[in-house]
Design a protein around this ligand. Structure first.
Ligand code: ZN
Length: 205
């Protein structure tokens, strides 16, 4: 009798989920797979041999990636991080000044609406303002990690204009700008630059 034997790699799925596929250019389903070489008898896996590593495969285009690809945010996560970060930043800034100032509140609501929360209003702002500042800081870190340096500066300038809506920046508002900038991943010098630039441009109009 002829015995047919061989070696073959079999993959099993160890996890599934959604990731950002660069090839597809969007959020797709993935399979996280681990491979193992098997000794086969009559094409049936008989003896497990060495493991041959893991990969992440796009369920749509079948492209295989190294597992690190799962560290990258999905488009949906990016889109959620922007408004979450803006809500955190505006409430941190309002608290450092006069949170009851109607012009500052209005400016804050407009900034959050522009960042992607069309139904944001004074009631939601109030709910954000009563949260502890420790609870909102991770949202700033998350958005900062995803933004380019220029985008962080734009973001911070937006927040500084909220503080300036009811008058020149106070010392505590400057400190809040430093803290928000630091949470966004900016250096102290970068924050000082953005504050100066925002104050200058406000003086012109
Ligand atoms: Zn794909």
């Amino acid at each position: 009798m002829l015995i047919i034997f061989g070696l073959r790699v079999f993959y099993r799925t160890i996890a599934q989920g959604t990731f950002h596929c660069r090839r597809c250019g969007g959020d797709r389903q993935y399979r996280h797979r681990a491979g193992r070489r098997w000794f086969t008898l009559f094409f049936i896996p008989a003896i497990p041999l060495n493991s041959v590593g893991e990969h992440v495969q796009c369920a749509t285009c079948r492209t295989r990636y190294v597992v690190d690809v799962l560290q990258l945010p999905t488009t949906a996560q990016m889109q959620a991080a922007l408004p979450a970060g803006m809500r955190a930043a505006v409430s941190a800034m309002l608290r450092s000044g006069d949170p009851s100032s109607p012009v500052s509140r209005q400016r804050a609501i407009e900034a959050v609406i522009a960042s992607g929360v069309p139904n944001y209003d004074d009631v939601m702002l109030h709910a954000d303002l009563v949260q502890s500042s420790d609870a909102i800081r991770p949202a700033l870190g998350q958005v900062g990690a995803q933004l380019t340096i220029q985008a962080r500066e734009w973001y911070l300038a937006e927040v500084i204009r909220i503080a300036m809506a009811d008058g020149p920046l106070t010392e505590t508002e400057r400190q809040a700008a430093q803290a928000i900038g630091a949470d966004l991943g900016m250096t102290q010098a970068q924050v000082v630059g953005v504050v100066a630039m925002t104050e200058q441009s406000a003086g012109r109009d």
